[in-house]
Design a protein around this ligand. Structure first.
Ligand code: FAD
Ligand code: NAI
Length: 478
């Protein structure tokens, strides 16, 4: 006997659970199946995918704890707060993080109940399509159960890319999963890949006392960000003691119970060696279509293994959609959620949309880095005439009061229309401040529009305001 639904969502991460909730809100009879990737100790699947279990949320919990640890050891004394030398109880820190994960993942089960989404415990795989005069449905096997649904949303996410010949045991050699669960602060930590995970997890363990060395293949550091932001970040991270070596090529990696020994070729062609107690490999993520039996039904994948979709996340199969990390675009939780909402609304006959031009990026280092839209180097390459307004946080009273003088806001606007083309922030609370840039760009605002909006004083948002004024060369406080 098969179970029947209007919509079956495969995967319970941010793309999947949000698509399921929105589709249920719009009146569909919805089920979401989740395989046991992040099962709790009782074997029950945990919803929330990579993001809640081994990604966004646990990493931010550790970043917060390690930030407080560093502050208490360094900047508290400057403000007259004397607490002595802090020590870290790693088990308690990890336990707190686990508690947050548990609370949020079970919260999604609650949201499913509230919205009448049926949770199916099991791995989803395509069986085929059943077409008859009365109905056209997809058949999916979820564990031992055959499920039929008219619409399928594939939201199976991504998994860590590993280095060939370097097995990850999440003890000595870790991907994101082990990096979030080290049982002690390693004396020497090596990281391969100076991308988002490398910088965030490298920061966590450095703040807690590790000597961290990050090996990066590309010659330029943080080439995805605006060039000025990357330069500032390199300066600040070096001052913090995060050692980042760019332009390297990894050679032999020897692994023992005690640690790793990494041979690599330096930018100048010299042969180098890095010894460390633990290694984090963070060299990107790959789309996950494992065990989905996509080929059985002819679901088309790209050369990079992503499910091929159009701008509305339709696949090549009728009634089959795909969202999140398993399709092209930034591998970000909020992008996955936007696509999930879009698909549910389009299925319901509404005009859902997801604007890839205004998806913000945030790197939760200290200072934080956040941006939306085009970088200066992209505008130059595209031959777009632009103007830039750049204001340092050191000119802002609130930033000084908070002891956060590092960084700046840089706004890029079209030289002829004044329309905002990009906002780039390195500084305290950049993750929150970037929303103003996103809203402005989503509404097609000009720098002058932001310049004419009243910003509360004293706030960090005044630096965004001043950057808008600076686009017209008339900042008031700089
Ligand atoms: P996933 O979250 O990967 O979820 C896919 C789900 O599908 C999983 O639960 C999996 O078990 C399940 N599944 C897979 N195949 C099947 C199947 N056949 N049947 C049933 N279930 C299946 N993004 C941000 O925006 N901000 C951040 O701060 C951030 N921090 C991150 C930190 C780390 C360390 C990592 C690794 C990632 C981070 N990300 C962050 C990225 C973010 O986690 C992903 O972009 C997001 O989780 C993608 O959502 P998704 O729903 O597409 O896939
Ligand atoms: P990444 O793509 O951000 O960075 C990978 C880095 O590894 C790149 O700089 C790349 O040049 C380098 N690299 C690749 N192969 C290499 C090799 N063989 N040797 C040395 N360096 C090599 O990927 P990362 O950090 O693994 O994160 C994966 C994704 O997860 C991110 O792209 C992002 O989408 C998401 N994420 C988002 C976060 C956020 O929003 N704050 C936090 C963490 C992850």
């Amino acid at each position: 006997m098969s179970k029947q639904f209007d919509v079956l969502v495969i995967g319970g991460g941010p793309g999947g659970y949000i698509a399921a909730i929105r589709a249920a809100q719009l009146g569909f009879n919805v089920a979401c199946c989740e395989s046991n990737a992040y099962a709790d100790p009782k074997g029950e699947p945990r919803l929330g995918g990579t993001c809640l279990n081994v990604g966004c949320i646990p990493s931010k919990a550790l970043l917060h704890t390690s930030h407080l640890f560093e502050e208490s050891g360094h900047s508290f004394a400057e403000q007259g707060i004397c607490v002595g030398t802090p020590t870290i109880d790693v088990a308690r820190m990890i336990g707190r993080k686990e508690g947050i994960v548990k609370q949020l993942t079970s919260g999604i089960k609650g949201l499913f109940k509230k919205n009448k989404v049926t949770l199916l415990n099991g791995h989803g795989a395509f069986v085929g399509r059943k077409e008859s005069a009365e109905s056209e449905v997809w058949q999916i096997r979820v564990g031992d159960v055959l499920v039929e649904a008219r619409q399928i949303i594939v939201a199976t996410g991504s998994k860590a890319r590993h280095l060939p010949g370097v097995p990850v045991d999440n003890e000595i050699v870790c991907d994101n999963i082990g990096a979030l669960d080290l049982n002690a602060v390693p004396k020497r930590l090596a990281v391969i890949g100076a991308g988002v995970i490398g910088l965030e997890m490298g920061s966590v363990w450095r703040r807690l006392g590790s000597e961290v060395t990050i090996l990066e293949a590309l010659p330029e550091f943080l080439s995805v960000t605006d060039i000025d932001v990357a330069k500032e970040a390199a300066k600040v991270f070096a001052k913090q003691g995060l050692k980042i070596i760019t332009g390297i090529e990894i050679g032999d990696v020897k692994i023992s119970q005690k640690g790793v020994s990494i041979d690599y070729t330096g930018r100048d062609g010299s042969e180098q060696k890095l010894d460390a107690d633990r290694l984090i490999v963070s060299i990107g993520r790959i789309p996950n279509t494992d065990g989905l039996d996509a080929d059985k039904v002819g679901l088309k994948l790209t050369e990079r293994g992503q499910i091929e979709v159009d701008a509305q996340c339709r696949t090549n199969l009728p009634g089959v959609w795909a969202v999140g990390d398993v399709v092209a675009g930034p591998m970000l939780a909020h992008k996955a959620m936007e696509e999930g909402v879009m698909v549910a609304e389009i299925m319901a006959g509404q005009s859902g949309h997801c604007n890839h031009e205004t998806i913000p990026w945030v790197i939760y280092t200290s200072p934080e880095i956040a941006w939306v839209g085009k970088t200066e180097q992209q505008l130059k390459a595209e031959g777009v005439a632009y103007k830039a307004g750049r204001i340092p946080f050191a000119a802002n009273g609130r930033a000084l009061g908070m002891g956060e003088p590092n960084g700046f806001v840089k706004m890029l606007a079209c030289a002829t229309t004044d329309r905002i083309l990009g906002v780039h922030i390195i500084g305290a609370n950049a993750s929150e401040l970037i929303s103003e840039g996103v809203v402005a760009m989503e509404f097609g605002a000009a720098a002058e529009d932001l310049a004419r909006i009243c910003h509360a004083h004293p706030t960090l948002s005044e630096v965004v305001h001043e950057a808008a004024l600076a686009c017209d060369k008339r900042p008031l406080h700089f």
